[in-house]
Design a protein around this ligand. Structure first.
Ligand code: C2E
Ligand code: MG
Ligand code: MG
Ligand code: MG
Length: 293
């Protein structure tokens, strides 16, 4: 960690810097204080089960409201945090906060829903990852089966032996493993049969063209069929329309996530939703009609 800090000394502007470089430098500098200044928070996006129609879990998504720069998107600051090493501390903060929040809701509201946390490549390859996950679970008291870790295909492709060891160690703790953005990464599929994965999350770029786009339809159908043959559950990301939902339901997709149901919510809003009676919440999406499709 000290090494990462050393590499992350404050950088200064020079007249020759382009505005995009200046922005990156500014963000990189501000990010060093984000945790200490309590500028980070998590939003929570629910996902729904297509069997029962109820809420199947939620994904923790990082938000950064920088004191001077305002709201900055994860797609902008996470790659920077990966480069300067801050992602390790930020990632640990996310793990701890997500576990603490999920356990608080479990204890206060009696809802035992799994929470998914995105891991970055650097975090995944860090020698301390397994300990970091254990620490977050222990500190919060969250049962391991309620934590899901989202990985990407490219993370799994580096060093098959080492990856297999890491995944086995995570599974031994009892957490669940998901492949995020599935279909956009490395083309080899051989890892799917050898690694102990639980979920594939179909990338929203394949969902967005449904139901009209025949290529997207073919890809989504194939992913679902393959995943089920391999014993994996499928979550579709980025579901925005009833037409997409109908297609996914007809293809026996297991779970769905997207703006059609809910945007990622700040903790108090998610808490208000979770506080509603279960009968009301399970009406979040229409359940599959009996004998339907
Ligand atoms: P992701 O893990 O694939 O997360 C889903 C992204 O899609 C989120 O963007 C979410 O707000 C957005 N989304 C959800 N439903 C819809 C929809 O129906 N339509 C559209 N257009 N978008 C939808 P967000 O929160 O901006 O995060 C972007 C990416 O940043 C995430 O993609 C993830 O890779 C990364 N990220 C977010 N939080 C963390 C974190 O705590 N740690 C790490 N390492 N990465 C994170
Ligand atoms: Mg994700
Ligand atoms: Mg992700
Ligand atoms: Mg994704």
């Amino acid at each position: 960690r000290a090494k990462a800090e050393g590499r992350n000394r404050c950088q200064y502007f020079t007249a020759e810097m382009s505005s995009s470089t200046r922005r990156r430098v500014e963000i990189g500098n501000a990010l060093r204080y984000a945790i200490r200044n309590a500028e980070l928070s998590l939003h929570y996006q629910p996902r729904a089960s297509l069997d029962g129609g109820g809420m199947a879990g939620m994904e923790a998504l990082l938000r950064w409201d920088a004191r001077l720069l305002g709201r900055i998107a994860p797609s902008e600051f996470i790659p920077l945090a990966e480069q300067n090493g801050l992602i390790l501390r930020i990632g640990q903060w996310v793990l701890n906060q997500a576990c603490r929040q999920a356990q608080a809701w479990r204890q206060r509201l009696g809802v035992a829903l799994p929470i998914a946390v995105n891991l970055s490549a650097r975090q995944f390859h860090d020698a301390d990852l397994v300990r970091a996950v254990e620490a977050a679970l222990q500190a919060s008291g969250l049962p391991p089966r309620l934590l899901e870790l989202e990985l990407t295909e490219s993370m799994l492709m580096h060093d098959a032996k080492r990856t297999a060891r890491t995944l086995a160690a995570l599974k031994a703790i009892g957490v669940r493993l998901a492949v995020d953005d599935f279909g956009t990464g490395y083309s080899s599929l051989s890892y799917l049969k050898s690694f102990p994965l639980d979920y594939l999350k179909i990338d929203r770029s394949f969902v967005s063209g449904l139901p009209e786009d025949r290529n997207d339809g073919a890809i989504v159908r194939a992913i679902i069929a393959m995943a089920h043959t391999l014993g994996l559950k499928v979550i579709a990301e980025g579901v925005e329309t009833a037409g997409q939902l109908d297609f996914l339901r007809a293809q026996r997709c297991d779970e769905v996530q997207g703006y059609f149901f809910s945007r990622p919510l700040p903790a108090p809003e998610m808490e208000a939703w979770l506080s509603r009676p279960e009968a009301e919440r399970s009406g979040m999406i229409p359940p599959t009609p009996a004998g339907g499709e």
